[in-house]
Design a protein around this ligand. Sequence first.
Ligand SMILES: [Zn+2]
Ligand SMILES: [Zn+2]
Length: 281
Amino acid sequence: MDKHMNYGSDYKYIPATSIGSGLGIEVLPDLYSYTIQIVNIHLIGDPTTNEFVLVDAGMPNSAAEIISVVEERFGANSHPKAIILTHGHFDHVGAIIELVNRWNVPVYAHELELPFLTGKTSYPEPDSTVEGGMIAKISPMFPNEPVNLGNNVKPLPSDGSVPNLPEFKWIHTPGHSPGHVSFFREKDRALIVGDAFVTVKQEYLYKVITQEQEISGPPRYLTIDWQAAQESVNTLWKLKPTTAVTGHGLPMTGALLSESLTKLVENFDEIAKPDYGKYVN
Ligand SMILES: [Zn+2]
Ligand SMILES: [Zn+2]
């Protein structure tokens, strides 16, 4: 494999945390979600086997923590078959180079996200002027330059299948980023959302720290296309998920999930879309 990988020049540790940091939750017997500071990673696979994948790759400087979470659940020296990305924002690829170097596994992402994962295109600057709280205000410190994974990153198959996850399909859910994807398993209606919607008001420091559960649209300071973001939420609502794990916030299930998601669909402008900000309209 090509070892020539690098983070963007603005890559750095971000001193933000929540009471959920370091907390792992077995949401389903083969779905484990773990919080790195303010973002979630997910391990999909039966812990009695060695067949599993990692979805998303945490915050900058979190590789050692992710490796220990993986080894605690799947055994010493275990590693996933692949790393699959919902999208390439810094808080979802923060440890990816160290993980690829250690595990020698492929990374998969949507074709439209590849420019942001191969060092070609920076994400737009986070919007500190967007309506929202303290996290939005400090968002300009967040890295937006692309990681370069070289040929270690590959496009997801165009037929909707997910490598190493035969029961899941990927669903294009753009708006928060151009190649954002979610993953859905029909048999138990499990949904890995990414940031297409989240279960915490991610713009507000107090709510991030306390992880108060409340459905919300995608994190505002990084969302660039609100029309597409709304359509993506509608797409996910139509799947009628019964379990949802998101990039930020606690897992949501059952009636709370269906009621919250319906509320979000019916009141997208009020709940999700900021009243002002440079990527609104
Ligand atoms: Zn994001
Ligand atoms: Zn995120």
